[in-house]
Design a protein around this ligand. Structure first.
Ligand code: PHE
Length: 466
């Protein structure tokens, strides 16, 4: 089977495709708004620490498992530990991919709608009030949400059916540099605004008073979400690597790129937010309300807006492809389904599951009533009353499913895989990987720091630590 599997065309192709998976709505939509809600500073610090100490070690372990087994997520565990319950870690990943993509597609649909609005001249020259109302009008409009959710899923399906390797690799090579360029240009613009100093202090100042236990859980959870680790996306992409491709170096590039884009997004959004006298804790609407407000008054703002929201859509697309690929590749690898059948079946399930998220801001059944209905069941994992379907899925996936999956992946890579094979695999094709101290540091993080951190954070979130 290994012989017939698709492989990346080049090392840079893999790095860009994996970075394409990592860089997405998580960086440009979610990170700024949860940073805003958690008061900035200390939250950002916890996030950076967990990228370095938890996320990156897991990413290396995850790619290693994929590259070693040359299988996607469930298959990798079956091959490396036949007949054991470890395959359950793979299953959790498949489930997480399905849950995440179902609401991810709805938010990506908002980005597409803003491309449309920019093209039709509904952004440039508008007042801040009007643009605020535009977003409010969008999220409460069921048919619009459904239409864009459908459109985004259709594009994702088309690419994944066509075979990810060539499509994704080629798209990522083109789009990732463009994205960085655009963010760089926006950053220069943002640095000229009055609110830039305040934004710098908000993001990098050490405001411990605003950080709560729930905030720590969210920061750790988000480090999984943003790096695409804990559910087998990196494992699956790693399975398309040759066994002697550099692993450690690639993982570092991917993580650095991902972190840079997230920080840049904050340093673009918050100067605009403060200059306009708006609230940083604006929730999921932050990027959709505040960027257009900046574009509206910029020379050529309509064009900027088209480019920005197109890139946001493409960033989402290179991530959604990886989400769908995880679930689809299970049926292709393990069940022998054709790619087309696997993709269409799974995408159909995801599409259906996304419908309540698309409608949850506009209807009672999927909105606040949902929270009331499910409160007893969800209370145990800390889903707050008042969260709708969309919030609940996001919360469960990023704060619980990904960290749990990450725990399983870390335990498997650090304890179960044979020591010699692990070290050889770590070193293969990488000069950094051959440094013994570096290997030992990684192993120590994966064996002790990662599990302890994840378990402590979860216990705390469950209220077990008082
Ligand atoms: N990393 C993506 C983002 O930041 C989301 C994602 C999570 C993609 C898990 C794949 C797997 O938007």
């Amino acid at each position: 089977m290994a012989d017939t599997r698709a492989q990346w065309g080049s090392r840079i192709g893999f790095i860009l495709a994996a970075a394409g998976s990592a860089v997405g709505l998580g960086n440009m939509w979610k990170f700024p708004y949860i940073t805003g809600e958690n008061g900035g500073g200390a939250f950002v610090l916890v996030y950076l620490a967990s990228i370095l100490l938890v996320g990156l070690p897991i990413m290396i372990g995850e790619i290693l498992l994929g590259r070693t087994s040359q299988r996607s997520t469930v298959g990798a565990f079956r091959k490396l530990a036949p007949g054991t319950a470890w395959a359950g870690v793979g299953w959790l990943g498949v489930a997480a991919g399905i849950v995440i993509l179902s609401y991810y597609s709805v938010v990506a649909g908002w980005a597409m709608h803003y491309v449309y609005l920019s093209l039709t001249g509904s952004i440039a020259g508008q007042s801040a009030d009007t643009l605020n109302q535009t977003f409010g009008g969008l999220v409460t409009d069921s048919s619009l949400n459904l239409m864009w959710h459908t459109a985004f899923m259709a594009i994702t399906i088309a690419i994944v059916i066509g075979g990810v390797q060539k499509g994704v690799e080629r798209a990522a090579r083109l789009l990732m540099p463009l994205l960085l360029l655009m963010m760089g240009a926006m950053l220069i613009y943002a640095s000229t605004l009055d609110g830039f100093g305040k934004a710098l202090d908000f993001v990098f100042g050490f405001h411990t008073e605003a950080l709560t236990g729930a905030g720590v859980l969210e920061a750790v959870g988000h480090s999984f979400f943003t790096l695409s680790v804990g559910m087998g996306a990196m494992l699956t992409y790693g399975s398309y690597l040759k066994r002697d491709d550099d692993l450690v170096g690639s993982a570092i590039y991917i993580s650095v790129l991902d972190t840079l884009v997230a920080l840049m997004a904050c340093l673009v959004l918050f100067p605009i937010t403060f200059t306009q006298g708006m609230e940083p804790a604006a929730g999921p609407g932050l990027v959709f309300k505040n960027m257009p407000i900046a574009f509206a008054s910029l020379l050529g703002g309509g064009l900027w807006s088209v480019v920005f929201f197109s890139l946001l859509t493409f960033a989402a697309l290179t991530s959604s492809i990886s989400l769908l690929e995880v679930a689809a590749s299970y049926f292709i690898d393990e069940r022998g389904w054709s790619r087309k059948r696997a993709v269409l079946t799974i995408a159909g399930v995801i599409f259906a599951l996304g419908i309540p998220s698309a409608l949850s801001n506009s209807t009672e059944i999927f909105g606040s009533d949902f929270a009331a209905l499910t409160a007893p069941a969800f209370e145990v994992v800390g889903v707050e009353a008042g969260k709708n379907w969309f919030d609940t899925f996001d919360y469960l996936a990023s704060n619980w499913m990904l960290p749990l999956g990450g725990l399983g992946i870390a335990a498997f890579a650090a304890w179960r895989v044979g020591g010699e094979a692990r070290q050889q695999s770590f070193a293969a094709g990488s000069s950094l990987g051959k440094v013994k101290a570096f290997y030992l540091a990684w192993l120590t993080l994966l064996r002790y720091v990662v599990p302890i951190a994840i378990i402590l954070v979860m216990l705390h979130a469950l209220g077990a630590l008082g």
